[in-house]
Design a protein around this ligand. Sequence first.
Ligand SMILES: Nc1nc2c(ncn2[C@@H]2O[C@H](COP(=O)(O)OP(=O)(O)O)[C@@H](O)[C@H]2O)c(=O)[nH]1
Ligand SMILES: [Mg+2]
Length: 332
Amino acid sequence: MNPFKIAYIPHSQELLDISFHKTSKLNLKVNPKFSAKKKARLKELKRINHVAQHIKNKIIKIVKSFPTFEKLHPFYYELTNILVNVKNVKKLLGSLSGTNNVIETILNKTVSRIRSYENPKDIAQERIKFYGRISSIIYKMKNNLEELRNIRKILIKLPSVSFDIPTIVVAGYPNVGKSSLVKIISSATPKIDYYPFTTKSINIGYTKFNNIRFQILDTPGLLDRELLKRNKIELQAIIALKYLAKKIAFIIDPSESCGYPITNQINLYREICKLFPEIPIFLIFNKMDLISKERLEIIKKNEIFNENIFFIIAVQGEGIPKLLEELFDNNN
Ligand SMILES: Nc1nc2c(ncn2[C@@H]2O[C@H](COP(=O)(O)OP(=O)(O)O)[C@@H](O)[C@H]2O)c(=O)[nH]1
Ligand SMILES: [Mg+2]
């Protein structure tokens, strides 16, 4: 499951508007027997306490709605870290919590000043000054809140993966037909387009084979380059392979209509084999409708594959039943 159920984060102006608006609707009834001075004092105290409390509660709610990052499953921790940088999120949340202490201090000072004033006009003045101070504190948090809003948007949309279902991760270069395969074998409805990187994040589908439920992950295309040079989109695929894959379905497009030479695709395949030596990897040649027998023979001769290769036409479903039988065989 996606562990991020983060509370709504308002813009700074929005936070102030709501707090002041709610406070303006506050029931300010005080004992009619009290003196005018006392009545004025009590009303203003009620107002400032309400504003402070409302903002503080909102902030606490936001901060608490973030999970403890260290307790996250490593899949989600690493995904969070590459997408939004955990250290930075912690810093932002820390400074948001710190705002609450500042509000508390200002509130206490204002309360004692209001208590010491006799003139209702001075008391009202003090409340207005308090509103001003609170506003400037919240405005100072403007960029901070905007950044947290963006982080929230990213995190709440992370895929909801299950860790207790056998998982097959589909990997390969962009445009080789990963999403097409996932679509045909599972419940996922990934976006399929003739552009590399249409899959910018991980899509999930489920399927049953011989009564066993499988989770199929469609990952963003990987390119044949060093791990350190990989971008955020590609790293998501690596993280899915690392933490979730029971098996890997690695797709190659020998027709090269994906826009990438077969040698590069095979290099990537070899690299993935080296990175994950303990995970069974199924080598799949897709788009067999676009390549001649002669060309295929040349490729096979040049590359010397020791492994079993599956040949499919994902968009037509050809070769899929045979592939699935092996892929979903629990003894493999
Ligand atoms: N001719 C042919 N086209 C395919 C086949 N499989 C996928 N495609 C096309 O290749 C393009 C990229 O497919 P997609 O599944 O989005 O690739 P991904 O980037 O690896 O997920 C799309 O235009 C697909 O329709 C196939 O077996 N034969
Ligand atoms: Mg795709």
